[in-house]
Design a protein around this ligand. Structure first.
Ligand code: MG
Length: 201
């Protein structure tokens, strides 16, 4: 992370088969190499993997994996902003969610370890996720989606086992709270834009 400075906009991309299919412009909050932290505010333009102009999440899982073709679609981040705590070398990152001023919980996004890119970090989303509420209760998210992805050969059973094992490790290690739960953004910060050429590797 040493190339980046707090306040700078970088891009976290979701890269599949060498092609960026998703991208989030985020503001660097902490450039600590061990724990990079970035902020995605409400309204930020994000590219998300799409099928025929629809965001994949809007397509039923049964239809979603019939083709591997993904064309990014533009969406604006809805609701509250999120703080993303990077976990270098690990196959997940931790996303902090708030409801108004109140901290709501941690979304553990299972994904390939972040790799530095020209404009930020590249990863690959691993479908399965975890939601850990602030009271410590937790559950898997998108298990059905992963099952369908395996059924259609989009994800191998071995990969699915690997995604799940990382989630289990997180629960065992219990990295909560992260220390960022009382953090709040400066309201004067502008919403970051997606740079031109975001999809060039
Ligand atoms: Mg995910």
């Amino acid at each position: 992370m040493s190339n980046w400075q707090p306040g700078q906009t970088i891009v976290i991309r979701n890269v599949h088969d060498g092609r960026p299919v998703g991208a989030m412009p985020v503001r660097v909050v902490s450039a600590d190499d061990d724990v990079p932290v970035v902020w995605l505010p409400s309204g930020a333009p994000v590219m998300r993997p799409g099928i025929d102009g629809r965001f994949v999440r809007e397509v039923p899982p049964e239809e979603r994996y019939k083709s591997t073709e993904r064309t990014p679609v533009l969406r604006h981040w809805q609701g509250e902003g999120i703080l993303i705590v990077g976990r270098p070398g690990r196959a997940h990152s931790i996303w902090l969610f708030w409801e108004g001023a109140e901290f709501a919980g941690w979304y553990v996004n299972l994904e390939e370890p972040w790799r530095s890119s020209r404009i930020g970090f590249d990863t690959r989303d691993n479908s399965l996720d975890l939601w850990v509420a602030r009271d410590g209760s937790w559950r898997w998210k998108d298990e059905h989606e992963l099952a369908v992805a395996v059924e259609h050969g989009f994800v191998s059973p071995e990969q699915a086992d690997r995604f799940r094992a990382e989630g289990e490790r997180v629960i065992e290690e219990w990295p909560f709270p992260t220390g960022w739960e009382d953090w709040r953004p400066d309201p004067s910060w502008p919403v970051p834009a997606l740079p031109e050429g975001w999809d060039e590797l």
